[in-house]
Design a protein around this ligand. Sequence first.
Ligand SMILES: Nc1ncnc2c1ncn2[C@@H]1O[C@H](COP(=O)(O)OP(=O)(O)O)[C@@H](O)[C@H]1O
Ligand SMILES: Cc1ncc(COP(=O)(O)O)c(C=O)c1O
Length: 282
Amino acid sequence: MNLLSIQSHVAYGHVGNASAVFPLQRLGVEVWPIHTVQFSNHTGYGAWRGQVFEAGVISDVLEGIAERGALPRCDGVLSGYMGSADIGAAILDAVARVRAANPKADYCCDPVIGDVGRGIFVRPGIPEFMREQAVPAAEVITPNQFELELLSGHTVTDQADAVAACAALHAAGPRVILVTSLHTRETPKDAIDLLASGPDGRFLVRTPRLDVALNGAGDAIAALFFFHVKRTGSTAAALEAAASSIFGLLERTEKAHSRELLLVEAQDEFVKPSKVFTPVAV
Ligand SMILES: Nc1ncnc2c1ncn2[C@@H]1O[C@H](COP(=O)(O)OP(=O)(O)O)[C@@H](O)[C@H]1O
Ligand SMILES: Cc1ncc(COP(=O)(O)O)c(C=O)c1O
């Protein structure tokens, strides 16, 4: 499988492409990363150095890949945090070019907008861009609970609300939805839910809540989920594999008291997770 992954990149630590690329490679995917920024480290440290690339760089690198004649072999595009609407437009152009070369290619959009604790943390215009352009163009999306509410216009208090919100988003385009970090009235305090919704049904996985506050887990789970959807064609199987791998990764990271995901050290979790969380139909 060949996947184009258009995301931010950090030299030190693991967010964006530095979180998504290696797990895919470990699973045998040929990844073509295009970086939207190159920073020293993620912004959670409060200080970082590096550069935000212009949207033109994305189109230029894509043009070079096209010149190699590779686009018909591209099976999908994955995107994450978008620093500006220009970057967003360049990403959707890339999706359109890939689709023109391979009509079977899919687009997975992690519609990064914000989260429950922090509210919106992207630039003005990005939430609208996600809702009006990126989400309708995507086959697979991976919103967290905050993004699910914002994109669907539904308040999510219980599981039924989350299912209804997913139904509203399916109507906008995406065939498969993974809701991350879901906490409804039914979720115990010491647990985290993941809800996946697709043509084969709706499924829930509940894992223990670990004592970690890390960046990049969302980027890794989006990559894993997209890969397993494409590999299996099953929403339930993709949820099981992605949720189990991420839990294993985070548990190892917690044990080591690491501030960064132990992506390399815990790489076997991507292939054979220590614990398997079997989804239940909801
Ligand atoms: N403290 C935690 N305990 C257990 N699992 C977690 C924890 N934090 C994140 N995860 C797992 O990682 C997934 C993605 O995390 P999320 O917080 O949505 O990512 P991000 O904020 O990096 O976008 C969650 O759905 C959950 O499965
Ligand atoms: C450049 C960059 N990309 C992506 C992320 C993803 O972070 P999170 O996993 O917290 O959503 C971060 C977070 O700090 C970042 O700094």
